[in-house]
Ligand binder design. Structure first.
Ligand code: IMP
Length: 200
């Protein structure tokens, strides 16, 4: 499926993200390069209205700048009682310089008084792969759950301390990274991508 492609540039400077994807792609024979390893590229502005649009925009611009296959992701939290917010604005929900604490505290405030049955939410991850010839592939991952009444747990990042995945009573921040990966939106999208590589 990916004839002649042995290296893929991941459109992020976050080494942890690349390592996480590399762990799950083990055995596929694909080597991942960070943006810093692939050359100088201008910063991509994430201004699309949805996760898919942002992931494709990043992958297209990085593929065209590096002349290589590029993989980009976009992810966030979609809360039913807030009409889908924070969505693509998850990283900056409480403002442009917001910390994780600022963001999930704002979310808990917005949901004050909302009963358990109406606190449904999902994490969404969209992974886009763009090849040098312009061919495009998209892999989605979703993890359904509810927003907790208060912060639970210390690990993870972002909204992990307030997100309880469906079928569980612990938040993502109370799980090991492996347990979270086994059900998370990002884990699901990366596994779909790995299956695509192996099927090829
Ligand atoms: P990005 O895809 O790296 O731009 O992430 C967008 C934002 O969504 C992050 O800054 C977090 O606030 C939130 N987010 C995405 N994935 C997760 C997750 O697995 N746990 C907690 N928060 C997440």
């Amino acid at each position: 499926m990916l004839d002649g492609i042995h290296e893929i540039v991941v459109a992020t400077r976050n080494r942890k993200k690349v390592d996480e994807i590399a762990r799950m792609l083990d055995g596929t024979g694909i080597k991942l390069l960070t943006l810093d390893e692939a050359g100088e590229c201008p910063e991509v502005v994430e201004d699309a209205p949805d996760f898919r649009g942002n992931a494709l925009k990043k992958a297209r611009e990085i593929s065209s700048c590096t002349q290589r296959a590029a993989l980009a992701d976009d992810s966030g939290l979609v809360v039913d009682a807030l009409g889908g917010s924070p969505g693509v604005f998850s990283a900056r929900y409480a403002g442009p310089e917001a910390t994780d604490l600022d963001n999930y505290s704002k979310l808990l405030r917005e949901l004050e008084g909302v009963p358990t049955g109406k606190r449904g939410a999902r994490f969404v991850c969209c992974l886009a792969l763009v090849l040098p010839d312009g061919e495009e592939f998209v892999f989605d991952g979703v993890c359904e759950g509810v927003i907790a009444e208060k912060k639970m747990g210390q690990s993870g990042f972002g909204y992990d301390p307030v997100f309880i995945p469906e079928g569980h009573e612990r938040s993502f921040a109370e799980m090991s990274p492996q347990e979270k990966d086994s059900m998370s939106h990002r884990g699901r999208a990366i596994r779909a991508f790995a299956e695509f590589l192996l099927d090829g």
